[in-house]
Design a protein around this ligand. Sequence first.
Ligand code: ZN
Length: 120
Amino acid sequence: MSDIRVSCPQCRLDALPDTLHCPGCQEDLAALAHLVYRGRISYNTGLTHARNGDHTRARAALERAVQEEPDLTPAWLLLGKIAAHQGDAPRAHEALTRAAALDPADPTIQAALSALTATP
Ligand SMILES: [Zn+2]
C-alpha cells in the first residue's frame, strides 16, 4: 500500500510519505490517509472473501470499499463481477461502468462489461 498519497485539503500539496505531514502548513494528514487506506483495507477484505467463495461477505466489503474510496477501480471491477455472479445485473452494470470510466484502457474491465451486456 505504498502507493497511497494524500494531499492537504488547504495547500493541495502531497503529504510527506514518511511523516504524513503537509510540507506547506505542517498539518498532520494521518487521519486523512487513514480514510484513504480504509477503502483498500475493505477491498482486500472483499478480495479474500471472494477467493474463499463467500460472495455475500465479499460484496458487503466491496460496497464499503467503493463508498470509502470512490476512485478505487479494482474494487468497482470486483464488485461488478460479484454482482453479476449473484444475478444483480443493474448493480453489476453500474459498478463496471464506473470502473470503465475510471480506467477506460483496462481490457479486463471492458471484457467484464461485454460479458455482462452479452448476457440475456
Ligand atoms: Zn497544508
